[in-house]
Design a protein around this ligand. Structure first.
Ligand code: PA5
Length: 407
């Protein structure tokens, strides 16, 4: 994975400060250790799930579902997988009914995932599904040790797996929260971790990623008052859910009160997919307020030889230049052209991440790159990256409303 930044950063002091802070955080923030874990226990657990299980369903929301969904939707188009993975995340009844219509309950294993073990959406959906299919063997519960969910699961004698210590929801994709559903569907979780481990190694041991990530984080933090919107412009449909994961990670981690002042700060994530969003959001970036940075993501080799046929259409001869062109060349030329156009503006901070191909290794690398970048920026804009008091407040009010309507 290569990341080329088209903006300068020469401030050594904040880089040193951020690196030191993140190096120390490894002692008490759990996600940094995840790339180096042994996956034997998870792979053994997968063996326990009967072969006639065709579908895996994740019942969870936010950090309990978005990471696995990002990886699954990235790999699914290019790999034949032995099982389908579904995500039951929403209390939208039409969505719930439609998803249920797609699966046969007896051929499905359900993973109920909630770190806190009390999330309203997760339990509303679980209650409904359990009322239809009450065999405890069909469920595995993933939660924090001692949570109400763990206690409940014990009462029905169901299987329970734990999140490792100090791993927050949105940083948990490389823990059993993401690894178990992915492994059950035939995704190579060792390669996923290897990709993450490579970025970790490069960052902490003065490799290429150290300077790159520090330069980017310091630039974002230094200019956060002006460039407070960070667009991720990914040129592949398969990165759509990676963009959703990024929006959660960035938004929930970086929108806060500062730790040492009364100011509200935050960087606003936007996920865009090329070329589709060239025909919508791009206008706003190109000519709108200069408050946005853009990171392009490009896949160098789609491993797909589909070519635009050599057909000349009457009155459309000007488009004959497309003839014989592989689609993968076209999409990357589109990315390069938009990037060049934005660079010509001179006042829009741009960088590009190129990944060699669509593989578990490369999505693992992207995930860990973004987790490290989030931690660095959080430190530099002086917020607690790992809490989410703003999300909690709404949950508390909902619980009060639910109790009130019960009378
Ligand atoms: O990142 C977070 O902490 C949140 O987005 C949570 O993942 C989300 O609220 C779901 O919480 P839980 O896993 O406790 O059900």
């Amino acid at each position: 994975m290569i990341n080329k930044l088209y903006f300068p950063c020469s401030d050594e002091k904040p880089k040193q400060h951020a690196f030191e802070a993140i190096r120390k955080e490894q002692e008490y923030i759990g996600y940094y250790a995840l790339p180096d874990q042994d996956t034997a226990a998870i792979l053994q657990y997968c063996e326990k799930i009967p072969n006639d299980i065709e579908n895996i369903v994740v019942i969870g929301i936010g950090g309990s579902s978005l990471g696995a969904k990002a990886v699954y939707e990235f790999i699914r188009p290019v790999k034949t997988l032995p099982r389908k993975l579904y995500f039951f995340e929403s209390t939208d009844p039409v969505n719930l009914t439609a998803l249920l219509a797609d699966i046969i309950l007896d051929k499905t294993h359900f993973l109920v995932i909630s770190k806190s073990g009390t999330t309203i959406e997760t339990f509303a959906i679980y209650k409904y599904i359990y009322s239809l299919h009450s065999n405890p063997d069909a469920y595995t519960f993933i939660t924090d040790p001692g949570s109400p969910l763990e206690k409940y699961a014990q009462t029905i004698h169901a299987q329970i797996l734990h999140l490792p210590e100090n791993v927050g929801g949105r940083f948990s994709v490389l823990s059993p929260v993401g690894l178990l559903p992915l492994a059950l569907c035939g995704i190579d979780i060792d390669s996923l971790l290897q990709g993450a481990s490579n970025i970790k190694e490069s960052f902490f041991n003065a490799g290429y990623m150290q300077e790159t990530l520090l330069n980017k984080a310091v630039y974002y933090a230094k200019h956060h008052a002006q460039y407070h919107i960070n667009c991720l412009f990914a040129y592949s449909e398969s990165l759509k859910y990676f963009c959703e994961w990024y929006v959660q990670l960035w938004g929930e981690s970086l929108g806060k009160h500062q730790r040492h002042s009364a100011f509200h700060v935050g960087l606003t994530p936007i996920g865009l997919i090329g070329p589709k969003d060239q025909h919508s959001f791009l206008q706003l970036i190109m000519e709108g307020t200069r408050d946005k940075s853009v990171t392009f993501i490009k896949i160098e080799d789609f491993n797909d030889s589909t070519v635009i046929p050599d057909i000349s259409l009457p009155h459309l001869e000007s488009l004959d230049a497309l003839n014989g062109l592989p689609f993968e060349t076209l999409i990357n030329m589109q990315c390069d052209s938009v990037m060049e156009a934005l660079l010509n503006e001179k006042d829009i901070p741009i960088d590009i991440i190129s990944i060699p191909n669509t593989s578990e290794y490369n999505i693992g690398a992207l995930i860990f790159y973004y987790e490290l970048l989030t931690s660095l920026v959080g430190e530099l804009i002086d917020v607690n990256t790992y809490d989410q008091p703003g999300v909690e407040a709404g949950k508390i009010i909902l619980k009060e409303k639910l109790s009130a309507q019960k009378g």
